[in-house]
Design a protein around this ligand. Structure first.
Ligand SMILES: Cc1cc2nc3c(=O)[nH]c(=O)nc-3n(C[C@H](O)[C@H](O)[C@H](O)COP(=O)(O)O)c2cc1C
Length: 403
C-alpha cells in the first residue's frame, strides 16, 4: 500500500518543477525530492511498515482537531521563541535524527546541521549517520544532540557514550521503538541483498545523473561513520554494516538500560519512541530531561496510534518534570500549532526537512524551515495570539478543549 492520499485542491495546484525555491509548502518539496532521487532512495525516505496504516494515520489525525480562533485581540508581531532543555531557541522545532542522510545529497548531515544552526534550533545526529559525531560537534553555533540505539554489544554503547562525552555533546537521545527492526517491505523489494539495488532500481538510477554526480562521485555509496567499533574487520562496507545493524539491535532493551544510561551520562537525556503515557511517566520518574512521543514516522509498528492522540495524557503523566516533544507526520504549521496547544514543548521534524534536503541541499532545508516558520506564525496570528507560549487547548474546538 502506498500513500493512499485523496487528491486535494492543494495537490491539484502543486508545483510540478524541480526548483526548491518555488515550493509553497512541504508537500511541494516532497514532490521535488521524488523527482530528484533514485527510486530506492525515495522509497527509503517515504516508506512505512507493513500496510502503512501508521504512516497514513500520522497525517489524517490532524483532521480530528479544529481551531476555534479569537479575532479581536490586538495581535502584535509574533514571537515563536521557546526554551528547550534550558536554552533559548528561535522556534519550537528540532531537526530529528534520520539515518543515512548522505543518500539524500552529499554531506546530508552537515547540511541539515548548518541549516539548523542558522535557524537557531537543535539538530539531532542519528546513530546511523554518514558523518562522524565529531565533525557535527564542530559545526559553528550548532546545538547538536546525539541519538543512540542500544545494541547487543553493550561495550560499543559504552564507547559511543564516551565518544559523545569527549566531543562535548550535552544531550543524548535514546531511541526505544526500534529494538526490533520494522517490516519495511519496500526495502525487501528494492534490494537483492542489503544495500544492493535490484536491476530495475539500477536502471532507474540512470535517470538520475545529477544525484549520481552529487552523491556517488567520487567515493561511491556513503558509509556509516559512527559504527566502526560495532563492525567486525572486513564488514565495514555499507552492505556488511546494514546486515549487522539488524542483527545487533537488542530486543531485550528495558528500563534498566535507561537507568544505567542515566547513571553514566551526566548530560541531558531524552527518550524517543514512547507512546504509552505510563512509559512517559516512568521516564520522568527516572529523571530523563525529555520524552519524544513518536511512532518513528510509521516505520516500525504498523497500526500504532498517533503521538498526537496520546499527547494530552502524556502531558498529564509527566507534568512539568520533563519536556515533552513529539514527531510523526508533521508537515504544516497548523499541525505544529495543534501539538503545541495540546502540551508539546516542541515538534521534531523527520521527513519535512529531509524533503528540503533532497530538493535543495542546505538551502532546501532552510526553505522548509522558512515555510514552517511562516505557517506557524500566520496560524498563531489567525488564532488571535502573539506568542507561541500562549497556546493551550482553549484554541481548539469545544470537542477537544478538555482533552
Ligand atoms: C529516512 C528516515 C530515517 C530515520 N532514521 C532514524 C534514526 O536513525 N534514528 C531515529 O531515532 N529515528 C529515525 N527516523 C525516525 C525520525 O527520527 C522521526 O521519528 C520520524 O521521521 C518522524 O516522522 P515524520 O518523518 O513523518 O515527521 C528516521 C525516519 C526517516 C524518515
Amino acid at each position: 500500500m502506498r500513500h493512499r492520499q485523496r487528491e486535494t485542491h492543494v495537490e491539484r495546484a502543486s508545483y510540478a518543477g524541480t526548483d526548491y525555491r518555488k515550493a509553497l509548502n512541504i508537500e511541494d518539496l516532497a514532490r521535488i525530492a521524488r523527482r530528484r532521487l533514485p527510486h530506492f532512495v525515495h522509497e527509503y525516505l517515504e516508506g512505512g511498515a507493513d500496510d502503512e496504516r501508521t504512516l497514513d494515520r500520522n497525517r489524517r489525525v490532524f483532521d480530528d482537531y479544529r481551531f476555534e480562533p479569537k479575532t479581536l485581540t490586538r495581535v502584535g508581531p509574533r514571537d515563536l521563541s521557546t526554551t528547550l532543555l534550558g536554552r533559548q531557541h528561535a522556534l519550537p522545532l528540532v531537526i530529528g535524527p534520520t539515518g543515512y542522510n548522505g543518500m539524500m545529497t552529499k554531506n546530508g548531515d552537515l547540511k541539515l546541521a548548518a541549516a539548523a544552526s542558522a535557524a537557531n534550533i537543535p539538530f539531532v545526529l542519528s546513530n546511523v549517520a554518514t558523518t562522524s559525531l565529531e565533525e557535527i560537534a564542530d559545526v559553528e553555533d550548532l546545538r547538536a544532540w546525539m541519538q543512540i540505539y542500544f545494541y547487543r554489544d553493550r561495550d560499543y554503547v559504552r564507547k559511543l557514550v564516551e565518544r559523545c562525552r569527549t566531543a562535548r555533546y550535552e544531550t543524548l537521545v535514546v531511541t526505544t521503538d526500534s529494538a526490533i527492526y520494522g517490516n519495511r517491505e519496500w526495502d525487501l523489494r528494492n534490494f537483492r541483498k542489503p544495500m544492493q539495488p535490484t536491476l530495475r532500481n539500477l536502471l532507474h538510477l540512470l535517470t538520475r545523473p545529477r544525484w549520481i554526480a552529487d552523491v556517488l562521485i567520487p567515493d561511491g555509496m556513503p558509509t556509516f561513520k559512527n559504527l566502526g567499533d560495532l563492525l567486525p574487520p572486513g564488514k565495514q562496507s555499507v552492505q556488511g554494516a546494514s546486515a549487522i545493524i539488524g542483527q545487533q539491535l537488542d530486543p531485550s532493551l528495558n528500563w534498566d538500560d535507561i537507568a544505567w544510561l542515566r547513571d553514566h551520562w551526566q548530560g541531558k537525556l531524552i527518550v524517543k519512541g514512547i507512546l504509552a503515557p505510563a512509559e512517559a511517566e516512568q521516564a520522568a520518574t527516572l529523571g530523563v530531561d525529555g520524552v519524544v512521543l513518536s511512532n518513528h514516522g510509521g516505520r516500525q509498528l504498523d497500526s500504532a496510534c498517533s503521538p498526537l492522540e496520546v499527547l494530552p495524557d502524556a502531558r498529564k503523566a509527566v507534568g512539568e518534570r520533563c519536556q515533552l516533544f513529539i514527531d510523526s507526520g508533521f508537515r504544516r504549521g497548523t499541525d505544529i500549532v495543534k501539538a503545541l496547544a495540546l502540551g508539546a514543548d516542541a515538534v521534531w521534524l523527520g521527513r519535512a526537512t529531509l524533503y528540503g534536503l533532497a530538493a535543495g541541499g542546505q538551502a532546501g532545508v532552510a526553505h522548509a524551515l522558512d515555510l514552517l516558520r511562516g505557517e506557524v506564525d500566520r496560524t498563531i496570528g489567525l488564532l488571535g495570539l502573539s506568542q507561541a507560549s500562549e497556546l493551550g487547548p482553549e484554541v481548539l474546538g469545544p470537542d477537544r478543549r478538555h482533552t
